[in-house]
Design a protein around this ligand. Structure first.
Ligand SMILES: NC(=O)c1ccc[n+]([C@@H]2O[C@H](COP(=O)([O-])OP(=O)(O)OC[C@H]3O[C@@H](n4cnc5c(N)ncnc54)[C@H](O)[C@@H]3O)[C@@H](O)[C@H]2O)c1
Length: 331
Protein backbone atom coordinates (compact mmCIF):
# COMPACT_ATOMS: atom_id res chain seq x y z
CA UNK A 1 0.00 0.00 0.00
CA UNK A 2 1.00 3.64 -0.47
CA UNK A 3 0.94 5.08 3.01
CA UNK A 4 1.01 8.77 3.86
CA UNK A 5 2.84 9.12 7.16
CA UNK A 6 2.08 12.50 8.72
CA UNK A 7 4.79 13.29 11.27
CA UNK A 8 6.94 10.54 9.79
CA UNK A 9 10.25 12.26 10.58
CA UNK A 10 9.55 12.13 14.32
CA UNK A 11 10.42 9.51 16.90
CA UNK A 12 7.60 6.98 16.47
CA UNK A 13 6.97 7.98 12.85
CA UNK A 14 10.51 7.26 11.68
CA UNK A 15 10.51 3.82 13.32
CA UNK A 16 7.13 3.09 11.78
CA UNK A 17 8.51 4.07 8.36
CA UNK A 18 11.16 1.36 8.83
CA UNK A 19 8.52 -1.22 9.73
CA UNK A 20 6.28 -0.19 6.81
CA UNK A 21 9.10 -0.30 4.26
CA UNK A 22 10.28 -3.64 5.58
CA UNK A 23 6.74 -4.97 5.19
CA UNK A 24 6.78 -3.90 1.53
CA UNK A 25 4.69 -0.72 1.72
CA UNK A 26 5.57 2.56 0.00
CA UNK A 27 5.98 5.56 2.26
CA UNK A 28 5.20 9.22 1.67
CA UNK A 29 6.13 11.43 4.61
CA UNK A 30 4.56 14.81 5.37
CA UNK A 31 6.26 16.64 8.23
CA UNK A 32 6.96 20.30 8.96
CA UNK A 33 10.08 19.35 10.97
CA UNK A 34 8.94 21.37 13.99
CA UNK A 35 10.27 18.60 16.22
CA UNK A 36 12.46 16.51 13.92
CA UNK A 37 15.09 16.60 11.21
CA UNK A 38 15.39 15.12 7.74
CA UNK A 39 18.42 13.18 9.00
CA UNK A 40 16.04 10.66 10.56
CA UNK A 41 14.55 9.98 7.12
CA UNK A 42 18.02 9.62 5.59
CA UNK A 43 18.73 7.04 8.27
CA UNK A 44 15.46 5.22 7.55
CA UNK A 45 16.52 4.96 3.91
CA UNK A 46 19.93 3.67 5.02
CA UNK A 47 18.40 1.01 7.29
CA UNK A 48 15.86 -0.24 4.77
CA UNK A 49 17.65 0.50 1.50
CA UNK A 50 14.42 2.05 0.24
CA UNK A 51 13.24 5.42 -0.99
CA UNK A 52 10.85 7.77 0.79
CA UNK A 53 8.99 10.67 -0.78
CA UNK A 54 9.17 13.63 1.59
CA UNK A 55 7.01 16.76 1.76
CA UNK A 56 8.04 19.46 4.21
CA UNK A 57 4.54 20.75 4.90
CA UNK A 58 2.33 21.60 7.82
CA UNK A 59 -0.56 19.14 7.85
CA UNK A 60 -2.92 21.82 9.18
CA UNK A 61 -2.43 23.49 5.77
CA UNK A 62 -5.31 22.19 3.68
CA UNK A 63 -3.92 23.34 0.34
CA UNK A 64 -0.56 21.68 0.95
CA UNK A 65 -2.21 18.46 2.15
CA UNK A 66 -4.47 18.35 -0.90
CA UNK A 67 -1.42 18.71 -3.14
CA UNK A 68 0.10 15.58 -1.60
CA UNK A 69 -3.15 13.63 -1.98
CA UNK A 70 -3.40 14.85 -5.57
CA UNK A 71 0.15 13.76 -6.40
CA UNK A 72 -0.12 10.18 -5.11
CA UNK A 73 -2.56 7.35 -5.10
CA UNK A 74 -2.72 7.02 -1.33
CA UNK A 75 -4.19 3.88 0.25
CA UNK A 76 -3.97 4.90 3.88
CA UNK A 77 -2.89 7.61 6.32
CA UNK A 78 -1.04 7.25 9.59
CA UNK A 79 -1.33 10.44 11.60
CA UNK A 80 1.56 11.03 14.03
CA UNK A 81 1.85 14.79 13.47
CA UNK A 82 1.19 16.60 16.70
CA UNK A 83 2.62 18.25 19.78
CA UNK A 84 3.12 15.85 22.67
CA UNK A 85 4.43 17.59 25.79
CA UNK A 86 1.77 17.33 28.48
CA UNK A 87 3.16 20.19 30.61
CA UNK A 88 3.58 22.49 27.64
CA UNK A 89 -0.03 21.82 26.63
CA UNK A 90 -1.14 23.36 29.94
CA UNK A 91 0.81 26.56 29.26
CA UNK A 92 0.04 26.67 25.50
CA UNK A 93 -3.47 25.21 25.19
CA UNK A 94 -4.40 26.98 21.98
CA UNK A 95 -1.30 25.80 20.14
CA UNK A 96 -2.07 22.22 21.22
CA UNK A 97 -5.77 22.26 20.36
CA UNK A 98 -5.03 23.91 17.03
CA UNK A 99 -2.18 21.71 15.90
CA UNK A 100 -3.43 18.38 17.19
CA UNK A 101 -7.11 18.72 16.35
CA UNK A 102 -6.95 20.72 13.11
CA UNK A 103 -4.35 18.30 11.71
CA UNK A 104 -6.82 15.44 12.30
CA UNK A 105 -9.61 17.39 10.59
CA UNK A 106 -7.52 18.44 7.59
CA UNK A 107 -6.16 14.93 7.01
CA UNK A 108 -9.57 13.29 7.36
CA UNK A 109 -11.16 15.90 5.09
CA UNK A 110 -8.57 15.09 2.43
CA UNK A 111 -9.26 11.37 2.92
CA UNK A 112 -12.95 12.01 2.31
CA UNK A 113 -12.24 14.13 -0.77
CA UNK A 114 -9.72 11.71 -2.32
CA UNK A 115 -11.58 8.54 -1.25
CA UNK A 116 -8.86 7.21 1.02
CA UNK A 117 -10.54 4.98 3.58
CA UNK A 118 -7.75 3.73 5.86
CA UNK A 119 -6.84 5.99 8.78
CA UNK A 120 -4.60 5.14 11.70
CA UNK A 121 -4.45 7.65 14.51
CA UNK A 122 -1.79 8.06 17.23
CA UNK A 123 -3.75 8.28 20.42
CA UNK A 124 -2.46 7.94 23.92
CA UNK A 125 -3.10 6.11 27.18
CA UNK A 126 -3.60 9.61 28.60
CA UNK A 127 -7.23 9.45 27.42
CA UNK A 128 -8.02 6.92 30.17
CA UNK A 129 -7.42 9.60 32.79
CA UNK A 130 -7.70 8.18 36.30
CA UNK A 131 -9.45 4.94 35.39
CA UNK A 132 -8.34 1.84 37.28
CA UNK A 133 -5.47 -0.19 35.80
CA UNK A 134 -5.19 -2.18 33.65
CA UNK A 135 -6.77 0.13 31.10
CA UNK A 136 -9.19 -1.63 28.74
CA UNK A 137 -10.46 -0.20 25.44
CA UNK A 138 -14.09 -0.48 26.59
CA UNK A 139 -13.59 1.87 29.54
CA UNK A 140 -15.43 5.15 29.57
CA UNK A 141 -12.85 7.88 29.03
CA UNK A 142 -12.34 10.25 31.92
CA UNK A 143 -11.34 13.89 31.50
CA UNK A 144 -7.58 14.25 31.52
CA UNK A 145 -5.98 17.01 33.52
CA UNK A 146 -4.32 18.57 30.47
CA UNK A 147 -5.15 19.91 26.99
CA UNK A 148 -2.85 17.34 25.34
CA UNK A 149 -5.03 14.46 26.53
CA UNK A 150 -8.14 16.33 25.48
CA UNK A 151 -6.78 16.78 21.94
CA UNK A 152 -6.37 13.01 21.69
CA UNK A 153 -9.86 12.32 23.00
CA UNK A 154 -11.31 14.94 20.62
CA UNK A 155 -9.48 13.54 17.60
CA UNK A 156 -10.78 10.08 18.50
CA UNK A 157 -14.35 11.43 18.59
CA UNK A 158 -13.97 13.32 15.32
CA UNK A 159 -12.72 10.22 13.50
CA UNK A 160 -15.43 8.07 15.07
CA UNK A 161 -18.16 10.45 13.90
CA UNK A 162 -16.72 10.73 10.39
CA UNK A 163 -16.54 6.94 10.10
CA UNK A 164 -20.23 6.71 11.04
CA UNK A 165 -21.18 8.46 7.79
CA UNK A 166 -18.46 6.82 5.69
CA UNK A 167 -19.33 3.17 6.02
CA UNK A 168 -16.33 2.00 4.01
CA UNK A 169 -13.82 3.65 6.38
CA UNK A 170 -11.36 1.53 8.32
CA UNK A 171 -10.12 3.46 11.33
CA UNK A 172 -7.68 2.41 14.04
CA UNK A 173 -7.34 4.52 17.15
CA UNK A 174 -4.09 3.28 18.64
CA UNK A 175 -3.57 4.17 22.27
CA UNK A 176 0.14 4.09 22.93
CA UNK A 177 1.49 3.47 26.38
CA UNK A 178 5.12 4.56 26.97
CA UNK A 179 7.28 4.10 23.87
CA UNK A 180 11.01 3.87 24.60
CA UNK A 181 14.14 2.47 22.98
CA UNK A 182 15.40 2.82 19.45
CA UNK A 183 15.96 0.86 16.27
CA UNK A 184 18.57 -1.78 16.99
CA UNK A 185 20.95 -0.27 14.42
CA UNK A 186 21.34 2.74 16.75
CA UNK A 187 20.77 4.99 13.72
CA UNK A 188 17.38 6.38 14.73
CA UNK A 189 15.92 6.97 18.17
CA UNK A 190 14.39 9.55 20.45
CA UNK A 191 16.25 12.85 20.23
CA UNK A 192 14.27 15.49 22.11
CA UNK A 193 15.33 19.11 21.96
CA UNK A 194 16.00 20.74 25.34
CA UNK A 195 15.43 18.96 28.64
CA UNK A 196 13.58 15.70 27.93
CA UNK A 197 9.99 15.36 29.16
CA UNK A 198 10.08 11.59 29.08
CA UNK A 199 11.94 9.29 31.42
CA UNK A 200 14.09 7.20 29.07
CA UNK A 201 15.76 10.06 27.16
CA UNK A 202 16.36 11.72 30.53
CA UNK A 203 18.04 8.53 31.75
CA UNK A 204 20.22 8.20 28.65
CA UNK A 205 21.28 11.85 28.86
CA UNK A 206 22.29 11.40 32.51
CA UNK A 207 24.21 8.26 31.53
CA UNK A 208 26.01 10.26 28.84
CA UNK A 209 26.85 13.05 31.29
CA UNK A 210 24.70 15.65 29.50
CA UNK A 211 22.53 15.97 32.61
CA UNK A 212 23.88 15.70 36.15
CA UNK A 213 21.30 13.40 37.70
CA UNK A 214 17.89 11.92 37.21
CA UNK A 215 15.06 13.55 39.14
CA UNK A 216 12.38 11.04 40.01
CA UNK A 217 9.04 12.73 40.57
CA UNK A 218 7.24 11.16 43.49
CA UNK A 219 8.30 8.30 45.77
CA UNK A 220 5.11 8.01 47.83
CA UNK A 221 2.73 6.56 45.26
CA UNK A 222 0.84 3.41 46.29
CA UNK A 223 3.06 1.25 44.06
CA UNK A 224 5.64 -1.49 44.51
CA UNK A 225 8.40 0.94 45.59
CA UNK A 226 6.58 4.29 45.78
CA UNK A 227 7.62 5.50 42.31
CA UNK A 228 5.23 5.83 39.36
CA UNK A 229 4.43 2.75 37.29
CA UNK A 230 4.19 2.82 33.49
CA UNK A 231 3.86 0.34 30.65
CA UNK A 232 7.06 0.80 28.63
CA UNK A 233 6.97 -0.54 25.10
CA UNK A 234 9.85 -0.83 22.65
CA UNK A 235 9.32 1.65 19.83
CA UNK A 236 9.93 -1.04 17.17
CA UNK A 237 7.17 -3.18 18.71
CA UNK A 238 4.93 -0.13 18.58
CA UNK A 239 5.95 0.49 14.95
CA UNK A 240 5.10 -3.10 14.05
CA UNK A 241 1.70 -2.62 15.71
CA UNK A 242 0.90 -0.07 12.99
CA UNK A 243 1.78 -2.53 10.24
CA UNK A 244 -0.43 -5.16 11.91
CA UNK A 245 -3.27 -2.65 12.14
CA UNK A 246 -2.93 -1.79 8.43
CA UNK A 247 -2.98 -5.45 7.46
CA UNK A 248 -5.81 -6.57 9.70
CA UNK A 249 -8.14 -3.59 9.81
CA UNK A 250 -11.77 -4.18 9.01
CA UNK A 251 -14.50 -1.63 8.37
CA UNK A 252 -15.51 0.62 11.21
CA UNK A 253 -13.61 2.19 14.10
CA UNK A 254 -11.35 -0.01 16.19
CA UNK A 255 -9.53 1.01 19.33
CA UNK A 256 -6.37 -0.82 20.38
CA UNK A 257 -4.06 -0.43 23.33
CA UNK A 258 -0.45 -0.80 22.26
CA UNK A 259 1.58 -1.66 25.33
CA UNK A 260 3.14 -4.73 26.90
CA UNK A 261 0.53 -5.19 29.61
CA UNK A 262 3.22 -4.96 32.32
CA UNK A 263 3.72 -2.09 34.73
CA UNK A 264 7.31 -1.11 35.55
CA UNK A 265 8.23 1.40 38.25
CA UNK A 266 10.72 4.22 37.68
CA UNK A 267 13.20 2.59 40.06
CA UNK A 268 12.79 -0.76 38.29
CA UNK A 269 13.54 0.93 34.98
CA UNK A 270 16.59 2.68 36.42
CA UNK A 271 17.88 -0.64 37.77
CA UNK A 272 17.25 -2.40 34.46
CA UNK A 273 19.08 0.35 32.57
CA UNK A 274 22.10 0.14 34.88
CA UNK A 275 22.25 -3.64 34.60
CA UNK A 276 21.68 -3.82 30.84
CA UNK A 277 24.42 -1.30 30.09
CA UNK A 278 26.79 -1.69 33.04
CA UNK A 279 26.50 2.00 33.90
CA UNK A 280 25.92 4.04 37.01
CA UNK A 281 23.00 6.42 37.14
CA UNK A 282 22.82 9.08 39.85
CA UNK A 283 19.28 9.98 40.85
CA UNK A 284 17.32 11.87 43.47
CA UNK A 285 13.77 11.41 44.65
CA UNK A 286 11.75 14.62 44.48
CA UNK A 287 8.13 15.70 44.86
CA UNK A 288 5.32 14.38 42.68
CA UNK A 289 4.74 16.22 39.41
CA UNK A 290 1.25 17.75 39.12
CA UNK A 291 -1.02 15.78 36.81
CA UNK A 292 0.92 12.49 37.00
CA UNK A 293 -1.05 9.38 37.91
CA UNK A 294 0.45 6.60 40.01
CA UNK A 295 -0.02 3.65 37.65
CA UNK A 296 -0.68 3.27 33.95
CA UNK A 297 -0.59 -0.03 32.11
CA UNK A 298 -2.57 -1.70 29.40
CA UNK A 299 -4.80 -4.65 28.93
CA UNK A 300 -3.41 -5.81 25.59
CA UNK A 301 -5.61 -8.81 24.87
CA UNK A 302 -7.65 -7.07 22.17
CA UNK A 303 -4.64 -6.20 19.97
CA UNK A 304 -3.30 -9.71 20.45
CA UNK A 305 -6.64 -11.32 19.55
CA UNK A 306 -7.67 -9.11 16.63
CA UNK A 307 -4.37 -7.91 15.16
CA UNK A 308 -2.28 -10.95 16.01
CA UNK A 309 0.20 -8.46 17.42
CA UNK A 310 2.08 -8.58 20.67
CA UNK A 311 5.16 -6.77 21.99
CA UNK A 312 8.18 -9.04 21.57
CA UNK A 313 11.06 -7.00 22.95
CA UNK A 314 11.80 -6.91 26.68
CA UNK A 315 13.06 -4.30 29.11
CA UNK A 316 16.70 -5.21 28.48
CA UNK A 317 16.20 -4.61 24.73
CA UNK A 318 14.56 -1.26 25.46
CA UNK A 319 17.41 -0.11 27.76
CA UNK A 320 20.19 -1.44 25.54
CA UNK A 321 18.78 0.03 22.32
CA UNK A 322 17.99 3.42 23.90
CA UNK A 323 21.57 3.66 25.15
CA UNK A 324 23.09 2.51 21.85
CA UNK A 325 21.31 5.36 20.09
CA UNK A 326 22.18 8.02 22.67
CA UNK A 327 25.84 6.93 22.83
CA UNK A 328 26.26 7.50 19.09
CA UNK A 329 24.00 10.53 18.80
CA UNK A 330 25.84 13.70 17.99
CA UNK A 331 23.08 16.16 18.80
N1 LIG B 1 6.19 9.55 22.46
C1 LIG B 1 5.21 9.26 23.29
O1 LIG B 1 5.46 9.02 24.48
C2 LIG B 1 3.77 9.21 22.82
C3 LIG B 1 2.80 8.56 23.62
C4 LIG B 1 1.48 8.52 23.18
C5 LIG B 1 1.12 9.14 21.99
N2 LIG B 1 2.08 9.77 21.25
C6 LIG B 1 1.66 10.43 20.01
O2 LIG B 1 2.33 9.85 18.91
C7 LIG B 1 2.60 10.82 17.91
C8 LIG B 1 4.07 10.79 17.56
O3 LIG B 1 4.84 11.03 18.74
P1 LIG B 1 6.42 11.14 18.71
O4 LIG B 1 6.90 10.74 20.06
O5 LIG B 1 6.95 10.46 17.52
O6 LIG B 1 6.58 12.72 18.58
P2 LIG B 1 7.59 13.56 17.66
O7 LIG B 1 7.47 14.98 18.10
O8 LIG B 1 8.93 12.94 17.65
O9 LIG B 1 6.93 13.38 16.21
C9 LIG B 1 5.87 14.18 15.74
C10 LIG B 1 6.26 14.66 14.36
O10 LIG B 1 5.19 15.44 13.84
C11 LIG B 1 5.72 16.61 13.26
N3 LIG B 1 4.63 17.61 13.33
C12 LIG B 1 4.03 18.13 14.43
N4 LIG B 1 3.05 18.97 14.05
C13 LIG B 1 3.01 18.96 12.70
C14 LIG B 1 2.21 19.59 11.72
N5 LIG B 1 1.23 20.43 12.05
N6 LIG B 1 2.45 19.34 10.41
C15 LIG B 1 3.44 18.48 10.04
N7 LIG B 1 4.24 17.86 10.92
C16 LIG B 1 4.02 18.09 12.24
C17 LIG B 1 6.96 16.93 14.06
O11 LIG B 1 7.90 17.70 13.33
C18 LIG B 1 7.50 15.53 14.35
O12 LIG B 1 8.37 15.09 13.32
C19 LIG B 1 2.12 12.16 18.49
O13 LIG B 1 0.84 12.43 17.97
C20 LIG B 1 2.06 11.90 19.97
O14 LIG B 1 1.11 12.70 20.60
C21 LIG B 1 3.38 9.80 21.63
Amino acid sequence: MNILVAGGAGYIGSHTCVALLEAGHTVIVADNLCNSRTKALERVKQITNNEITFYQIDVTDEVAVNTVFGNHSIDGVIHFAGFKAVGESVSQPLAYYYNNVVSTMVLSKACQKYKVNRFIFSSSATVYGENTVPFVETMKLLPTSNPYGETKAMSERILTDIAKVNSDWLVALLRYFNPVGAHESGLIGEAPTGIPNNLMPYITQVAKGKLAKLRIFGSDYPTVDGTGVRDYIHVMDLAEGHVAALDKLTKGVHIYNLGTGHGISVLQLVRAFKEANGLDLPYELTDRRPGDISECYADVTKAERELGWTAKRDLVDMCRDAWRFEKNYEG
